[in-house]
Design a protein around this ligand. Structure first.
Ligand SMILES: Nc1ncnc2c1ncn2[C@@H]1O[C@H](COP(=O)(O)OP(=O)(O)O)[C@@H](O)[C@H]1O
Ligand SMILES: [Mg+2]
Length: 342
């Protein structure tokens, strides 16, 4: 990855003049899904009907992979990616914990987990040193998926943490002391680079950056990458950006494909081949307290997250085997979910 390059500058708008295509009209932008009778589509359907696991079990990592889903921009798909990837990995047979580290508690909501003020939450873990096991709850409907919810208390944690001992590594300690076997921990970060995000970066080895296929997609990423470098240098030598995921991709706009190309040119092999299409099903699911995997298993959004999860699982195994970061994996998509096919 070329993290030294200057990526903070605005990109040239490839579409001159005001970008008038209305992205608000999500319904007309839903990509029809002709893929329900693909193997993975059937697997997703089966997973919900049975209710259990998909037929396709992916290789499980030898050690728990802790992935930090971060981007200090809001609205780029961090929470959506965290919950849907976590559910996909669980449906593929893994045991997965989602740590909700955003005071908004959107990940908790999307997983159908109660997070009103009295619920034991990640705030208690970070500020009151409560064991993580005391706040983790199973996610209804998805076997193998768990959540450490966030309540509104967490909004104060950013300030309260400042005066505490080992303020940057409280989440890391809590995770290390958690004894339940897990294949993945996905941490949903708030849209800022404060102490909550730093706690996540100290706890994780991998950073997953969702990038929205929109104008200015790369702006501000330089700051996140510098923070990753700082945390790696001072607090967590194993930290690296392992995964970039393109979200809200609309293959019908030239802008989206140009942003995707720019991101791929800049980051190279960290970018997943699978991108997530803009899909009304994905945006509807949280209001039912569900991931898109259970809300509409055959939708293009569901299939693309299953495919992204598969790619992440296979890359992890390839990297563990060689000890090489960011190497090219011999990965053949099961079906075409890449841009240009939406
Ligand atoms: N692929 C997608 N298609 C359509 N809407 C999406 C998609 N991904 C995210 N959204 C919507 O975009 C908004 C921002 O996403 P969210 O995951 O909450 O971003 P963040 O956590 O980065 O702030 C939400 O309303 C979400 O439902
Ligand atoms: Mg969020």
């Amino acid at each position: 990855m070329r993290s030294d390059a200057n990526i903070a500058g605005p990109m040239t708008d490839p579409v001159p003049g005001p970008r008038s295509e209305s992205l608000g009209d999500d319904v007309s932008r839903e990509t029809p899904s002709p893929m329900d009778d693909t193997p993975i589509g059937r697997a997703a359907q089966l997973a919900v009907q049975t209710p259990g696991r998909t037929g396709e079990a992916l290789p499980r990592p030898e050690n728990t992979r802790v992935m930090v889903v971060a981007n200090q921009k809001g609205g780029v798909g961090k929470t959506t990616t965290t919950v849907n990837l976590a559910a996909s990995l669980a449906l593929h047979g893994a045991r997965v914990l989602v740590v909700d580290l955003d005071p908004q508690g959107n990940a908790s909501t999307a997983l159908g987990i109660d997070h009103h003020a009295e619920v034991p939450s990640i705030y208690d873990v970070l500020v009151e040193s409560k064991p993580l096991a005391d706040v983790v709850v199973p996610v209804p409907d998805v076997e193998g998926l768990f959540c450490a919810p966030a309540t509104i208390d967490l909004a104060g944690a950013e300030i309260e943490l400042v005066s505490l001992v080992a303020r940057e590594s409280r989440l890391d300690r809590a995770i290390k002391a958690y004894e339940q076997p897990l294949d993945y921990i996905l941490i949903d970060c708030p849209p800022s680079l404060g102490l909550l995000t730093v706690n996540a970066l100290v706890a994780g080895a991998e950073v997953l950056i969702p990038i929205q296929c929109e104008y200015y997609a790369l702006e501000g990423l330089g700051q996140l990458l510098r923070n990753v470098d700082l945390v790696r240098g001072h607090l967590n030598p194993k930290l690296h950006v392992s995964t970039i995921l393109l979200t809200m991709y609309d293959g019908r706009t030239r802008l989206a494909s140009q942003v995707a190309e720019e991101v791929r040119n800049h980051f190279g092999s960290e970018v997943l081949r699978t991108s997530i299409p803009r899909s009304v099903r994905i945006s509807e699911a949280p209001s039912y307290g569900q991931t898109v995997l259970t809300y509409d298993p055959g939708s293009s959004g569901s299939l693309s997250y299953l495919e992204a999860a598969r790619e992440i699982a296979l890359r992890g195994v390839a990297q563990a085997g060689t000890g090489t970061e960011g190497l090219t994996v011999n990965y053949e998509p099961q079906h075409s979910m890449s841009e240009g096919n939406q």
